[in-house]
Design a protein around this ligand. Structure first.
Ligand code: FMN
Length: 162
């Protein structure tokens, strides 16, 4: 079967973008759309849709929340992969992942992953830097890096048949 793949993402500083572009290199011929700038192509043309977004204050980026709310019906018909970039890992990260997407989409997903996070000191706003400093050191470990092993596992799962 011809498996056409679309990767749709929402990123504030570039971590999710990096993950989306890495996934694209591992998923031959996948197309990538940044929700902040690009028009989303007709979803009917794709068999597989991968959604990725970063977490701020416990929530996924608003562009992704709006996208999933708007296209829920069409999305549940696809072979779905979901991921987030987030400072939290383990149980907390899994909770954030579950809350990031509507239940019907979360439950339907074929693969789901918390991909880790990256912080870019030269890009981040002064306010965000300050907030990060306030929450850092508690349970909130940020900037640990993208989890490349998880990204690899996710890509393999999405490229496999089924
Ligand atoms: C102001 C601020 C708030 C954040 N809040 C959370 C949070 O609630 N939970 C979490 O897991 N990560 C949080 N993070 C970490 C981001 O999700 C992480 O840096 C991610 O890699 C950003 O991806 P992006 O560059 O694609 O936006 C926060 C980061 C900043 C700067």
């Amino acid at each position: 079967m011809n498996n056409r793949i679309l990767i749709v993402y929402a990123s504030k500083y570039g971590c999710t973008e990096k993950a989306a572009l890495l996934l694209q290199t591992k998923l031959n011929g996948a197309e990538v759309v940044n929700l902040r700038y690009a028009k989303v192509p007709e979803l009917a043309a794709y068999d597989t849709v991968i959604l990725g977004g970063s977490i701020y204050y416990g929530r996924i980026r608003k562009e992704m929340a709006a996208f999933t709310a708007k296209h829920k019906q069409e999305l549940v018909e696809k072979r779905l992969g979901l991921f987030i970039c987030a400072g939290m890992s383990g149980e907390k990260g899994e909770q954030e992942l579950k809350q990031a997407y509507p239940d019907v989409i979360y439950n339907k997903a074929f693969a789901r992953e918390v991909m880790g996070d990256e912080v870019y000191p030269d890009r981040i706003s002064a306010l965000d830097k300050w907030i990060l400093r306030m929450v850092k050191g508690k349970e909130h470990k940020t900037g640990g890096g993208l989890a490349l092993d998880k990204l690899e596992r996710f890509a393999l799962r999405m490229s496999a048949g089924g």
